[in-house]
Ligand binder design. Structure first.
Ligand SMILES: [Zn+2]
Length: 248
C-alpha cells in the first residue's frame, strides 16, 4: 500500500513522529475498523480515526438523532434531528477525509447478525450503550478472533479496555447482563465532555494498536474518574468458566 503526494502532505504532522513514520501511516491506511454505536463515544472516536487516515471505517447504528443526544454527540447538529446516525456519521467522516472509505450500516447489532457485520475487520470498537449489545459484540469478536476495544462512559465514570482472545469482555462483566438492553445514558446521565475524553482515549489506543505503537494493552482496563480527573489501570483476569472464551 503506497501513499500519494497528497496523503504525504495531509498526514505530514503525524508521519514526522518516529513512532508512526511512513510504515505506521501505511498500516493505518490498510486498516479496516468497525465502530459499533455512533453516539457519544462514537462522536469522540470517529473524527480522530478519520483524521488519522484509517482506510476503511464501518459505522453500525440503527438509531435516529434526538435533540437530547446533542450535548454529547457533536457529530450531529440540531437540523439532523430525526435522521439516521449511521448515515450522518459516515457523511461526516467522508467530509473530513475523502481518503477514508466510510460505510454506514443501519442495523441493530445483536448475537444473530454480529458475526456477519464484524467479519473482515482488523479491529472492533464498541461504544454502544447497553450490556446486551456489548456482550453480543464481544462473543462475535471471540469467535472471529478479532481484537475488541470496548469504551463506555456513564455518570462520572469512563472505561476503555482492549480484549484479545482471553480474557474477553464477558470474562469482565459475566453473564448477568445478557438481557439488559437499557440505555444507561438515558437513565443515569453523562457529561458530553466525559464521552469526548473517553472516546478520544479509545481513538488513541486504536491508532496505537493499528500502527503498532507501544506495548500490548490486551486484558488491561483503563478507568477514568471524572470528578477526580484521575485515570487508573487494572488487569482483567480471565474467567476459566467463561462461556465465550473459557474453552478456547
Ligand atoms: Zn471470556
Amino acid at each position: 500500500m503506497t501513499l500519494s503526494d497528497e496523503e504525504l502532505e495531509r498526514y505530514a504532522r503525524q508521519i514526522v513522529l518516529p513512532q508512526v513514520g511512513g510504515v505506521g501511516q501505511r498500516r493505518l491506511k490498510a486498516a479496516k475498523v468497525a465502530v459499533v454505536g455512533a453516539g457519544g463515544i462514537g462522536s469522540g472516536v470517529l473524527p480522530s480515526l478519520a483524521g488519522a487516515g484509517i482506510g476503511k471505517i464501518t459505522i453500525i447504528d440503527d438509531d435516529l438523532v434526538e435533540i437530547a443526544n446533542l450535548h454529547r454527540q457533536p457529530l450531529f447538529h440540531e437540523s439532523d434531528a430525526g435522521r439516521p446516525k449511521a448515515e450522518l456519521a459516515a457523511a461526516s467522516v467522508q467530509k473530513l477525509n475523502h481518503f477514508v472509505e466510510a460505510r454506514p450500516i443501519r442495523e441493530r447489532i445483536g448475537s444473530v447478525n454480529a458475526p456477519r457485520l464484524l467479519d473482515g475487520h482488523d479491529l472492533v470498537i464498541d461504544g454502544s450503550d447497553n450490556f446486551a449489545t456489548r456482550l453480543a459484540v464481544s462473543d462475535a469478536c471471540v469467535k472471529l478472533e478479532l481484537p475488541l476495544l470496548s469504551a463506555a462512559a456513564v455518570q462520572f465514570q469512563g472505561q476503555v479496555g482492549l480484549f484479545r482472545a482471553r480474557p474477553c469482555y464477558r470474562c469482565f462483566v459475566g453473564d448477568a447482563f445478557d438481557a439488559d438492553d437499557c440505555d444507561n445514558c438515558a437513565e443515569l446521565g453523562v457529561l458530553g465532555a466525559l464521552t469526548a475524553t473517553v472516546g478520544g482515549f479509545a481513538a488513541l489506543l486504536a491508532i496505537n494498536i493499528l500502527a503498532g505503537i507501544g506495548a500490548s494493552q490486551a486484558g488491561k482496563l483503563h478507568l477514568f474518574q471524572a470528578d477526580q480527573l484521575r485515570w487508573r489501570t487494572i488487569q482483567i483476569p480471565p474467567d476459566t468458566a467463561c462461556k465465550a472464551c473459557g474453552s478456547a
